[in-house]
Write a new protein. Structure first.
Length: 335
């Protein structure tokens, strides 16, 4: 019988990890062999444990610092780390200095190459890259429809979308995406879809009129509200999972299939979009109407992402896309 080491028992697959952390006004350090964050209130200090073996992403916000020893332990556990502003946005520092999404991924000489090899087989062929983008959008639409209708947590919070209108929107967008002749047309349809989803979510929560304004105040009838801030904040949780999914499979963030022409970290945007509309968007409107704090909203998002196995879905979609198109190229080369 093979010997099982104690360290092996602590290993949790990234797709099964439950925790995402956003920290502010604290110090992250190693204390007694554990990674903890230290908060100070007057003369009182409190240490809180971070279960790194069960954590995918740590976002370090305003007033944070991290020790070298803590970073070393996070890297060993394969935790994605990002530095960001207040409330989780914007994310602005990492090993790759992209304005919107840049992460400090754990470094290893032994990252897997199987899916990277499949990915680059098709990636330099624009029609195949468009096909990959359409595969992503199809998966995104199916995820969206299922979560909006079936999520018990959303129902319990009073989120009641018009099922017929949602189904019509999903079918119409799927048809338009399938017929899109190029990436520009696909991005245009994506923007139209998202705008209509905002409308449906506002109606489902009785939010009123809504105008999307990134990292700014929204403008519903009757005054400012928090929905835009919640959308920005929640999206960065999805970006953390997207970055983690790419890291797990060894895929560089620059090899995007849809957003790559404008963003160096475009693949993270592509992958995060698989769950943003399904999970983050409705929760942002629900939390805005229920008067949630940022912390309450963040916790609701983390629970929804974990419960819906969002990271699993991201990884599976990447694997399926890489395998299908990579094998298609290989089969064509053998003819």
């Amino acid at each position: 019988m093979d010997e099982i080491h104690a360290s092996d028992l602590k290993t949790i697959l990234h797709s099964k990890r439950a925790n995402l952390y956003y920290l502010e006004h604290c110090r992250v350090l190693v204390n007694g062999g554990r990674v903890e964050y230290l908060t100070e209130r007057g003369k009182q200090q409190q240490y809180w444990n971070i279960p790194i073996a069960n954590t995918t992403t740590v976002l370090l916000g305003t007033g944070t610092s991290i020790t070298q020893a803590a970073m070393r332990e996070l890297v060993k556990a394969g935790v994605m780390v990002g530095f960001c502003g207040g409330g989780g946005t914007p994310l602005f520092a990492g090993t790759e200095a992209t304005l919107e999404v840049a992460w400090m991924p754990p470094q290893s000489e032994y990252r897997p190459t199987e899916y990277l090899q499949q990915w680059v087989r098709f990636w330099f062929d624009e029609p195949l890259r468009l096909q990959a983008a359409k595969m992503f959008q199809k998966a995104r639409l199916l995820r969206l429809r299922d979560h909006w209708i079936q999520s018990k947590a959303l129902k319990e919070q009073g989120f009641e979308p018009d099922g017929q209108a949602l189904e019509s929107l999903v079918l119409g967008s799927a048809s338009a995406q399938a017929m899109a002749p190029d990436h520009t047309a696909l991005l245009t349809e994506e923007a139209r879809l998202t705008k209509q989803l905002y409308r449906l979510a506002a109606q489902a929560t009785r939010y009123g009129e809504f105008t999307r304004a990134k990292r700014g105040d929204d403008q519903p009838a009757g005054g400012d509200g928090p929905a835009n801030q919640f959308l920005d904040h929640g999206n960065y949780l999805a970006y953390g999972l997207g970055a983690t999914a790419c890291w797990v499979l060894g895929l560089p963030h620059g090899l995007a299939v849809l957003h790559g022409k404008t963003r160096r970290g475009g693949l993270v945007f592509d992958v995060a979009d698989l769950v943003k509309d399904a999970v983050i968007l409705p929760q942002a409107f629900v939390s805005a109407m229920r008067g949630h704090s940022e912390q309450a909203f963040r916790q609701a998002c983390v629970e929804a992402l974990t419960r819906s196995e969002a990271l699993d879905f991201m990884i599976d979609t990447l694997k399926a896309t890489a395998t299908a198109l990579g094998q298609q190229v290989q089969a064509g080369a053998q003819k």
